[in-house]
Design a binder for this molecule. Structure first.
Ligand code: NAD
Length: 514
C-alpha cells in the first residue's frame, strides 16, 4: 500500500500557477509523500460555463481526497458568477478559517515587532449566505444569518485551538451593542463555551475599537474569534501590518474536509513575471502537512523558510535595502523578468528599489537549499502528531424553547412622505385581533412619535401586536388576514417578519427611538 496521501491541487489564476509550483517544489524536496490529483478552477472553469468556477467532476476529487491545496483564483466581476471560495467552504462544511498573523521582525519590516496572533474566523454564515433582494426602488437588503450550531462550532474550535497550540487567551470581536440578536448570540455562546476552558483567559471587544486596538497594539492579542465578515476584513489588516499579505497562509477546516491556501488573491498585475512571494501558499501547505500527519516534513519546511527569511533572501514585497541581501545583477528578478515585462509594472518595481529582490523561483530554491537547517535568530518550529489535533465539538440540539407568536412586522413599499398617512391607511384595514403599534423607516420610529428631521425612504415597517394585553399571542391566521386585507387595499407589502418570544423573552429588536 502506498504511504502517500492523496490531495487535490488547483493552480488557480494570476500568480497562482507560479506560487503553486514553488510551493510543491519545496514541500516535495522536503520529502512530503503526496499523490496529487489536479483540478481546474477559476477563470478557465468560469469561461467553460460553470458559474461557480469549478466543474462538477472536480467535486468528486475533493470529496475523495478531502484535502485541498488551492492557489488563488480570479473571480470575474458581475455577470452572476458565484465566488468559488464561498461555495467551496460551504459545500464542504469548512466552518473554521484559521489565519496565523505573525511578524518576522527584524528581517521583515513591520511597525509591530512582537505580533503573534491567530484569527479564527467563522466561515459559513453571516452576510456570506448571499441572500440579497431589492425590496423597493430605494432599498436593497442582505440577510445576516447566524445560527447557534455555527457559533458553538467556531467558538469551541477557537478554544480547542488555543489549548492545542499553547495559547493563553481568546478574544471575541462582535458588534452586539447594535446587533443584539445576531452578534448577541455569538457573544453569549462565547461566554458559555469559554466558561468550559478555565485555563484560557477570555475577553470581548466591540469590533470597531477592538480592530483599532489590534492595528495599534497587536501584541496584546493571542487568538481572536469572530464572525465571517469581520474576520475577513481584520485578517487582511493583521497580515498586512505583520509585514505583507504575501506572508500569510490560511487553513479552512471542516469535520470531514480541509482546504489550505494563501490569504491573498491572484494579484493579476504581478502574474507571469516570477516576482510573487510564494510564502503565503507555502505556509498554507505547512498547515496542510500537519493536518495529514506529515508534521515532521511540515517543521522541516517551516524552519527552512524561517532560515531563508533571517538570512535576508527576500521577494520584492518584503525586500528592504540594508535588511535584505542585495541580489542586483544576480537575481532572476532583474534578468528573466525585466525583458518583455516593461508594460507590466516591473520598471515601477525597479524604481521602488526592489530589483535586488529574489524572484519566485529563486526564493523557492533558497528555501530548498536550507531544508534540514533550523533558524538561529527565530525560534525553530515543532509540530505534533495528528492524534493531538484540534478537537471538534459535537453539536447537541437543545430541547425546543416555548415559542409564542406575539406580533408581526409588515414591510411596505410606499412613496409617500407623511408617516401619519401610511398609518391611517394601515389602521383602516381593521384586521381582527391585531393593532398597529408603530411605523418605522430604516429602523427609526416615525409614527406615532418621531422628528420631522428624520430622513424618509420608500421602505417602511408597520409593527403590529395583539390588541389584547401585552404579550397576548396572535395566530398565523391573523397575519394572513392582514396580508389579504393589505393586498386588497393596494398596499405594496414586501415581506413580513414574525415577532416571537422564546421561553418568555422577546426575540426581536425594538424600534429605534422606542
Ligand atoms: P490580491 O490579494 O490579489 O492583490 C493585492 C496586491 O497585493 C497585489 O497587487 C500585490 O501588490 C500584493 N500581493 C498579493 N499577493 C502577493 C504575493 N504573493 N506576492 C507579492 N505581492 C502580493 O487582491 P486583489 O487585487 O484585490 O484581487 C485580485 C483577484 O484575486 C480578484 O479577482 C479577487 O476576487 C481574487 N481573490 C481571490 C482570493 C482567493 O482565491 N483566495 C482571495 C482574495 C481575492
Amino acid at each position: 500500500m502506498s504511504n502517500k496521501t492523496a490531495i487535490t491541487v488547483a493552480y488557480g489564476d494570476g500568480i497562482g500557477p507560479e506560487i503553486m509550483k514553488a510551493t510543491l517544489d519545496i514541500i516535495q524536496a522536503a520529502g512530503a509523500q503526496l499523490e496529487i490529483e489536479e483540478i481546474v478552477i477559476g477563470l478557465k472553469a468560469y469561461q467553460a460555463g460553470y458559474d461557480a468556477g469549478i466543474a462538477p467532476e472536480s467535486w468528486e476529487s475533493l470529496r475523495r481526497t478531502k484535502v485541498f491545496l488551492k492557489a488563488p483564483i480570479t473571480t470575474p466581476q458581475g455577470g452572476g458568477f458565484k465566488s468559488l471560495n464561498v461555495t467551496t467552504r460551504k459545500m464542504l462544511g469548512l466552518f473554521a478559517n484559521v489565519r496565523p498573523c505573525i511578524s518576522y521582525h527584524p528581517y521583515v519590516d513591520t511597525k509591530h515587532p512582537k505580533m503573534d496572533m491567530v484569527i479564527v474566523r467563522e466561515n459559513e454564515e453571516d452576510l456570506y449566505a448571499g441572500i440579497e433582494h431589492q425590496q423597493t426602488d430605494e432599498v436593497v437588503q442582505c440577510l445576516k444569518l447566524i445560527s447557534r450550531p455555527g457559533c458553538e462550532k467556531i467558538v469551541r474550535y477557537a478554544f480547542e485551538y488555543a489549548r492545542q497550540y499553547g495559547r493563553k487567551k481568546v478574544t471575541c470581536f462582535t458588534k452586539d451593542n447594535i446587533m443584539k440578536q445576531t452578534d448577541g448570540l455569538f457573544h453569549a455562546v462565547f461566554d458559555e463555551i469559554g466558561a468550559e476552558y478555565p485555563d484560557i483567559e477570555r475577553d470581548h471587544w466591540i469590533i470597531d475599537i477592538g480592530s483599532a486596538k489590534m492595528a495599534d497594539t497587536p501584541e496584546d492579542f493571542d487568538v481572536i474569534v469572530t464572525l465571517n465578515l469581520y474576520g475577513d476584513i481584520i485578517s487582511d489588516i493583521a497580515a498586512q501590518i505583520a509585514g505583507s499579505v504575501g506572508l500569510a497562509g490560511s487553513a479552512n477546516i471542516g469535520a470531514n474536509c480541509a482546504m489550505f491556501e494563501a490569504i491573498h488573491g491572484s494579484a493579476p498585475r504581478r502574474a507571469d513575471q516570477n516576482v510573487a512571494n510564494p510564502s503565503g501558499l507555502l505556509l498554507g501547505a505547512v498547515q496542510m502537512l500537519v493536518h495529514i500527519n506529515q508534521h515532521e516534513v511540515a517543521a522541516k519546511v517551516h524552519n527552512a523558510w524561517l532560515k531563508t527569511l533571517e538570512d535576508g533572501y527576500h521577494t520584492y514585497d518584503i525586500y528592504k535595502k540594508g535588511l535584505s541581501v542585495d541580489m542586483t545583477g544576480k537575481s532572476a528578478f532583474s534578468q528573466d523578468t525585466l525583458h518583455g515585462n516593461e508594460e507590466k509594472g516591473i520598471p515601477s518595481l525597479i524604481k521602488r528599489g526592489v530589483d535586488g529582490a529574489l524572484g519566485t523561483k529563486e526564493f523557492a530554491q533558497a528555501v530548498i537549499e536550507r531544508l534540514g537547517q533550523k533558524p538561529v535568530k527565530f525560534t525553530p518550529v515543532e509540530y505534533k502528531a495528528v492524534d493531538s489535533h484540534v478537537k471538534h465539538g459535537v453539536y447537541v440540539r437543545r430541547p425546543a424553547a416555548k415559542k409564542d407568536l406575539v406580533g408581526v412586522d409588515m414591510m411596505v413599499h410606499w412613496r409617500g412622505d407623511n408617516p401619519a398617512e401610511l398609518a391611517e391607511k394601515v389602521k383602516a384595514l381593521n384586521v381582527p385581533n391585531i393593532e398597529l403599534k408603530f411605523v418605522s423607516n430604516r429602523g427609526i420610529i416615525v409614527w406615532p412619535t418621531g422628528f420631522p428631521e428624520t430622513f424618509l425612504s420608500d421602505h417602511w415597517r408597520c409593527r403590529f401586536f395583539s390588541n389584547g394585553a401585552e404579550h397576548t399571542p396572535i395566530s398565523h391566521k391573523d397575519i394572513s388576514n392582514l396580508l389579504a386585507a393589505a393586498g386588497d387595499a393596494g398596499i405594496d407589502f414586501i415581506k413580513t417578519e414574525n415577532l416571537c418570544r422564546f421561553d418568555g423573552k422577546d426575540a426581536f429588536s425594538k424600534g429605534q427611538g422606542q
